[in-house]
Design a protein around this ligand. Structure first.
Ligand SMILES: [Zn+2]
Length: 505
């Protein structure tokens, strides 16, 4: 199947056609609004589901389309600009064109081709600089304008609290096809969860324990997010992935596209984490764990249902695609009853106990949220992503990257040092050799180190860390770096508020 990005590459001067395409999205959205006013129960079963949030789908689609365009137009626009290099006043004209088509400008000096460089490296430098500019612009938009309304977490926090959960920590695979898991697949506000992605969802148990200690300490000392006396739990979620269309090629690269291995490995990490907390802090500190599998072809889920004791099992799960079709024609309340009874049946049929009622309600809510995403893929992607494989636009390493909430935009790996994250980055480089290098495009890597603006010296330490990581990346992948095929930008962010990323100078 053709990569979506390749298909999207259009010639310079044909932008009006593309604009037209996205204008059409607006009319589709309008139609949905009218339909939703009519009342969801009267809709054709093939159009939408009673639990689907149509207006949210429209908003999410608009954000996805316009944000991805910032990156996808770079190559054709830049190539066209560079074909006019001999014209007089080129630098000024080039910047004007760049701004007109991509909304950014470079320093005029960037358009000077150095005598020692050749046209390939000149193109690669410019390409990366524009990718980095677009990322900074995206970050600014994300934190200043909150386009996904992810800073409004009150309602979601209340639902988690009712389920007895006071904090949520999610580890998806670093694969870019899972980067939209929080905001799109589960429809959660990004700020309600801590996300640390790792190749194969193989998170560092000790790092997760440190985060747990931090959260619990805040409860004891500050009563944040709730008082330690309240009998609530910390929820750790691990997300593995698979492809039903092409299971042996489009599954998890970190597990050789073996679905069973991917699920087993994520489950083992969750068990280790739970065990670590119990061994170190006693059974009263028990954490909740949740294992979810994502079908990256269409964003449907396998939700592994915990038993009464919170234990999960690989062959005990519900599938949201089946539930979605079974709930067609049902009212919202009927659909909720169906989902909750399927959750219980799932465990009873496997001779296990049913989950705690609060947790069952939480899982049912997450399933209904996923219904909106299933409809999103049905409506905007004809039920199956064109880019079922990798199509990330850049690699992100370090921590944070909350502004990356879109599918296949970024291969993101959480790490503090290159040494500990080397497997994750190797997987990312391998993916980008196929996506970019073989087409003569560089691999853009954005390094991010968050800091706490309230802590003296925190920013200085973040600067040093970002420089250390940047240097180590160039040294590890020297072959690519020396010929301009690997380019980096260091960024920092004060994570105490909704502040955009700053470029490390
Ligand atoms: Zn993976």
């Amino acid at each position: 199947m053709l990569n979506r990005r390749r298909k999207k590459q259009i010639e310079f001067g044909k932008r009006s056609q593309r604009k037209g395409r996205y204008q059409n999205l607006g009319s589709a959205g309008l139609q949905n609004n009218i339909l939703s006013e009519v009342g969801s129960s009267s809709l054709s079963p093939h159009n939408t589901q009673s639990l689907v949030n149509v207006s949210q789908n429209e908003m999410l689609r608009d954000y996805e389309s316009r944000t991805k365009l910032l990156f996808d137009d770079i190559e054709p626009v830049l190539k066209e600009i560079l074909s006019h290099q001999t014209r007089s006043g080129f630098k000024r004209w080039a910047n004007e064109q760049l701004f007109l088509h991509l909304g950014v400008k470079l320093e005029e000096a960037a358009w000077d081709m150095d005598e020692s460089s050749n046209s390939y490296s000149f193109f690669q430098d410019l390409f990366s600089q524009i990718v980095f500019k677009q990322f900074l612009r995206m970050s600014e938009d994300f934190f200043n304008n909150d386009p996904l309304q992810g800073q409004n977490r009150k309602e979601a926090e209340e639902i988690f609290r009712e389920a007895g959960i006071h904090a949520l920590d999610i580890t998806p695979c670093a694969d870019g096809r899972l980067a939209h898991f929080i905001s799109y697949v589960l429809r959660l506000p990004y700020s309600v969860a801590r996300r640390k992605a790792h190749a194969g969802a193989l998170f560092d148990v000790s790092e997760s324990v440190r985060n747990w200690v931090f959260i619990e300490h805040s409860r004891f000392r500050e009563g944040m997010p709730n008082n330690a006396a309240e009998p609530t739990r910390f929820l750790k979620m691990a997300v593995y992935h698979y492809s039903k269309v092409d299971p042996s090629h489009q599954g998890c690269a970190a597990h050789g596209s073996d679905d069973k291995k991917a699920a087993e490995a994520a489950k083992a990490k969750l068990q280790d984490f739970r065990q670590a907390i119990e061994n170190r802090f006693g059974c009263g500190s028990t954490v909740e764990t949740m294992l979810i599998g994502l079908n990256t072809d269409n964003d449907t889920l396998k939700v592994h249902i915990p038993n009464q004791q919170g234990q999960v099992c690989l062959d005990r799960y519900i599938e949201t695609d089946q539930l979605y079709s079974n709930a067609t024609n049902m009212s919202a309340s009927e659909a909720r009853v169906l989902i909750e009874s399927e959750i219980d049946n799932c465990n009873l049929q496997k001779n296990s106990t049913i989950p705690r009622p609060e947790l069952k309600k939480l899982i049912a809510w997450l399933v209904t949220n996923n219904f909106s995403q299933i409809q999103y893929v049905k409506e905007y992607e004809q039920g199956l992503y064109e880019d079922i494989g990798h199509a990330e636009r850049f690699i992100g390493i370090g921590n944070g990257f909350e502004e990356v909430q879109l599918r296949n935009l970024c291969y993101y790996s959480f790490l503090d040092t290159i040494e500990e994250g080397v497997n994750d980055i190797d997987v990312g480089i391998k993916i980008f050799k196929g996506l970019n290098v073989k087409r003569g495009l560089p691999i853009p890597i954005i390094i991010r180190c968050d800091y706490d603006g309230r802590v003296p010296g925190s920013k200085t330490r973040a600067v040093e860390k970002a420089r250390r990581i940047e240097k180590a990346v160039h040294s590890r992948y020297q072959e690519l770096s020396s010929c301009g095929l690997l380019q980096t930008m260091g960024t920092l962010r004060d994570n105490t508020g909704a502040r955009p990323a700053e470029k490390l100078i």
